[in-house]
Design a binder for this molecule. Structure first.
Ligand code: F6P
Length: 320
């Protein structure tokens, strides 16, 4: 009987529990044994594995975060650490491991797959920064969290005729900022992939004020090439109006996953089991639209992201 493990790694994301549930129940329905690894690779290196049964994943589908917990594990960047992980995996007779996480977690899985532990990777990060897949688990929930926050902030901004700069997560990827900007009706979005153009912003604010628009929402991804405080000061100086800032921070990582995140998590978690049930190794599971697929992990990791300029143009056009 095949025995596999499942772990969550890197920043947590809403929907990870749905993916774990799909792996556990998918494995059991395929007559496989499945171990939950607690605290990501850190737990794997320390042998913190516990056999899962159907009940282990009851009542988790709707919970944010990951009940297996997660951790960032620098030891996995060393040969010694990888060897330790392989030794522990063989102690539990694992012949496959499902890794649920982001790009750093995928690097660890690739290293393990080269040392003989077959791996299948499920993309889970709110950043949506993995180029090979349309969606990563947690992204849709994070965008909805941001849009709900924008709705709340818009009320007070409008009441006071203020401009509010909202900082969202995304160190190197502006997908959350861009999607929240379009859905939330932002006047401008600053993202890491595009150099800031303050002239365009100020002209847009002036134009809006000229037609009586007294309040604005501006979104800034945390990795954009201009700081939030710097932006607030520059806008305040230019408009001579009241400007406020809100940093959404870790709010974006929590909350009950949306139906969409639960569905893609279930599809990709189950596909990972199917891959390991066969002879698959070092596979990346992904979504093209609503279709689940798997591909070579190294190839997936080599793909580079392109920013959605269409979405930028749409946001700018609608924000006049
Ligand atoms: O990768 C997801 C993410 O939430 C980023 O958007 C954010 O910059 C980072 O994790 C925060 O990392 P940590 O949880 O280690 O502070």
């Amino acid at each position: 009987m095949r025995t596999i493990g499942v772990l969550t790694s890197g920043g947590d994301a809403p929907g990870m529990n749905a993916a774990i549930r799909a792996v556990v129940r998918g494995a059991i329905s395929n007559d496989m044994r499945v171990y939950g690894v607690y605290d990501g690779y850190y737990g794997l290196l320390r042998g913190d594995l516990h056999e899962m049964d159907v009940k282990s994943v009851s009542d988790v589908l709707q919970r944010g975060g990951t009940f297996l917990r997660t951790a960032r594990c620098m030891e996995m960047l060393t040969e010694e650490g990888v060897k330790q992980a392989i030794d522990k995996a063989s102690l539990f007779d694992l012949d496959g491991l499902v890794v649920i996480g982001g790009d750093g977690s995928f690097r660890g899985a690739l290293a393990l797959s080269k040392q003989g532990l077959r791996t299948a990777c499920v993309p889970a990060t709110i950043d949506n920064d993995l180029a090979y897949t349309d969606w990563t688990i947690g992204y849709d929930t994070a965008v909805n969290t941001c849009v709900n926050a924008i709705n709340l902030i818009r009320d007070t901004s409008a009441s006071h005729g203020r401009i509010t700069v909202i900082e969202v997560m995304g160190r190197a990827c502006g997908d959350i900022a861009l999607a929240a900007g379009v859905a939330g009706g932002a006047a401008y979005v600053f993202i890491p992939e595009v150099e800031p153009n303050l002239d365009v912003l100020m002209k847009r604010l002036d134009k809006g004020r000229a037609r009586g628009k007294k309040h604005n929402i501006i979104i800034r991804a945390e990795g954009a090439n201009i700081g939030t405080d710097e932006l607030v000061n520059m806008i305040a100086n230019h408009t001579q109006g009241e400007v406020r800032k809100v940093v959404l921070g870790y709010l974006q990582r929590g909350g009950t996953p949306t139906a969409s995140d639960r569905i893609i998590a279930s599809k990709m978690g189950f596909r990972a089991v199917e891959v390991l049930k066969g002879e698959g190794n070092a596979r990346a599971i992904g979504m093209h639209g609503v279709e689940v697929f798997d591909m070579d992990l190294q190839e997936a990791m080599n793909m580079t992201r392109i920013v959605d300029t269409e979405e930028i143009r749409l946001m700018e056009t609608l924000a006049i």
